[in-house]
Design a protein. Structure first.
Lengths: 350, 307
């Protein structure tokens, strides 16, 4: 066997590669179930059927897909601009802190008026956190991968400090959490007796806005040229600094919004764990979704299935929840390997 | 007053050791032109492999060896992706890190809450009994001394041996090395696996010697800090060692400050190593001349032979 470069990248393979990667992940999953002495059919049903079985299951799928879509949209903007922001998790936490801080100010008297403020605070919190990355890259040439990642730890520790200290619920039996937000400060639920909230349609609006920005505006075009061909972008006079600040602001804004929506949505308070790693899983979502807004929605639904399947595998099959992380990582590794087929073909012989 | 400082020095050396080991491994990778963003994942998997081995065999050395083996194997997987399939180095390393976080949590589930007996330090005749110097410098686990020796050895290897020259040539210009007949891809794989083994030893040192117990995600960003250290050290082994002890000191300072009763929340003190990484990275990256002086010219770029 020999790997040979294609004359031009295969568009078919670009979209087939995620499917192939998923197939590989499923195969490894089946092997893993057998190895652990579990029925692989039951395992697959838990991951791929249970999460879409009825209306309630579907609303849960939407609840978990919402922050994934938002974070992945911003990351896709960054990756397209060749800005390696991998700290969406930190930007999400910063948004949750900012949004949650405003939500704590809400009382029954302030009414619904505060809800938009909570979301705006989340967006601004995320932008501020991502702005540190942009500033240090812009002014000091500091590697954005490392800075954005270090800021994840800092944001998580800041949240931990707040819920253990100044923001701790005095009536919370000393648990590290804030008091529950008043009902007026909560994001409205869409489907009665479910947790699906206004965040889901907001995320879909974000998908549309990002699509228009990426593919129908000059700024979006400049951003992409800067990522694909930095020299061409420079020759055309496109500012790489602006691309850096724009893409990181989009990413921080969306991730921060996701954080505020989580805090004022399904959680209704701040705890040390506002996110089960949505910001990191969103990196996988962005790649599996081919950095395309529509692809990201599909990939986020898939990743959401992984989350729900992992929880069900724990309660139904007695398998550890950590399985989700294994499959997520595996999917990305398989995807990158399959992506080789976009630019190369495999020929028999030497 | 002398004794607490001696203990702080000792704790600093111990805390700096895994950072130094991992960063030296990453330095070998990067000198060959490969960025390994999978360091965090490799260290986590190695930490659980080392812990499991030490737990069942009762041997610290076997635990560290298992960590090295796990690290080398994972690095080989990364090598297959980035060297032969030419996948993006950053994305592939990141994928390995994400996988490592999940996989180590999954495998380590049976070990949560278990601990190992503390690994005894190497007691040296005379030296360990010296006042002040003994407790500060000469009552450590052998890995602490091995790490120092390794840094010296690596500096000698890179600057004074032919093999080191070839390795650096491949990091600077793989095309030229290829034209001279060197098997660029195999050498890169060897470098990647050697670096992975060192990252693995660092991970196992954390779970077997440094804090001999298993906690999910216990590497706590040390893989990323080690990546920052190679830049901080401008790709020089001696500076890696210096940087690692500096960061070890920052880590220890938080406990020391709490010990002397400084009224700051523990979470704020725990931010110190991460904030220090950001500050140091910004300061060092600010001067392009420092960075360019030793940065391998083909760092992070894929190599296609015959194109």
């Amino acid at each position: 066997m020999r790997i040979e470069a294609r004359a031009e990248p295969s568009r078919l393979m670009a979209w087939l590669s995620p499917v192939l990667a998923l197939a590989i992940t499923v195969l490894v999953g089946v092997a893993l179930f057998v190895l652990l002495g579990k029925d692989p059919v039951k395992g697959l049903l838990v991951f791929f059927h249970e999460p879409v079985r009825n209306v309630y299951a579907l609303t849960e799928l939407g609840v978990k897909a919402t922050p994934l879509v938002l974070c992945a949209l911003g990351l896709a903007a960054c990756f397209r601009a060749n800005v390696w922001n991998i700290g969406a998790e930190g930007q999400l936490v910063a948004g949750a802190i900012a949004g949650g801080g405003v939500a704590l100010l809400a009382t029954p008297e302030t009414g619904r008026a505060l809800l938009p403020l909570i979301l705006v605070a989340g967006v601004l919190g995320g932008i501020a956190w991502a702005g540190i990355v942009a500033l240090l890259r812009d002014r000091f040439n500091a590697n954005e991968i490392l800075v954005s990642l270090m800021l994840v730890y800092v944001a998580q520790l800041a949240l931990s400090f707040l819920v253990h200290g100044p923001w701790k619920d005095p009536q919370g039996y000393n648990f590290p959490q804030t008091r529950m937000f008043v009902p007026e400060a909560l994001v409205p639920v869409l489907v009665p007796s479910s947790r699906l909230h206004l965040g889901a349609p907001i995320a879909l609006v974000a998908v549309a806005v990002t699509w228009v920005f990426m593919f129908r505006t000059f700024a979006g075009y400049q951003l992409q040229v800067g990522g694909l061909a930095p020299l061409a972008a420079r020759y055309a006079g496109f500012s790489s600094r602006r691309a850096l600040w724009t893409s990181l602001s989009i990413s921080g804004g969306f991730a921060g919004l996701a954080g505020a929506l989580e805090a004022a949505g399904p959680l209704g308070q701040l705890t040390p764990h506002v996110s089960p790693g949505y910001g990191f899983a969103a990196i996988i979502v962005a790649f599996v979704g081919r950095l395309h807004p529509v692809g990201i929605v599909l990939a986020a639904l898939l990743m959401s299935m992984f989350y729900i399947g992992g929880e069900l595998a724990q309660s139904r099959l007695g398998l550890p929840n950590a399985l989700t992380g294994v499959f997520q990582g595996l999917l990305l590794v398989a995807l990158l390997a399959c992506d080789t087929l976009i630019h190369y073909r495999i020929r028999p012989g030497r | 007053m002398m004794e607490p400082i001696a203990l702080l020095v000792a704790a600093t050396l111990s805390a700096g050791t895994p950072l130094a080991l991992a960063a030296l491994g990453l330095l070998v990778n990067e000198r060959a032109g490969v960025v390994n963003l999978g360091a965090e994942g490799i260290m986590l998997v190695a930490a659980v492999a080392g812990f499991a081995t030490a737990f069942h065999s009762g041997s610290t050395s076997l635990g560290i060896a298992a960590g090295a083996l796990a690290g080398a194997l994972l690095a080989a997987v990364l090598g297959g992706l980035v060297i032969w399939l030419n996948t993006h180095q950053g994305a592939s390393g990141l994928a390995l890190s994400l996988f490592g976080v999940g996989f180590s949590a999954f495998v380590g589930l049976g070990f949560v809450g278990k601990s190992l007996p503390p690994a005894p330090p190497l007691v040296l005749p005379v030296l360990s009994d010296l006042p002040w110097l003994g407790p500060a410098l000469f009552r450590h686990h052998p890995m602490v001394y091995l790490t120092v020796a390794l840094a010296v050895l690596l500096a000698w290897f890179l600057d004074r041996t032919r093999a080191g020259l070839v390795l650096r040539a491949i990091g600077e210009s793989p095309e030229s090395a290829h034209a001279l007949g060197y098997p660029v891809r195999r050498i890169r794989l060897a470098a990647l696996m050697a670096g992975g083994a060192l990252c693995g030893m660092a991970g196992a040192y954390i779970s077997v010697v440094y804090t001999p117990l298993w906690v999910e995600g216990m590497v706590a960003g040390r893989g990323w800090i080690a990546l920052a250290l190679t830049t901080f050290a401008t790709w020089r082994p001696a500076r890696v060692l210096l940087g690692a002890y500096l960061f070890g000191g920052v880590t220890m300072l938080q406990f020391h400050l709490q010990g002397v009763g400084v009224q700051v929340a523990s979470q704020v003190l725990s931010m110190l190593p991460y904030l220090a990484t950001i500050v140091v990275l910004a300061l060092i990256s600010r001067n392009p001349d420092w960075i360019r002086a030793n940065m391998p010219a083909s760092l992070g770029k894929p190599f296609h032979p015959g194109r």
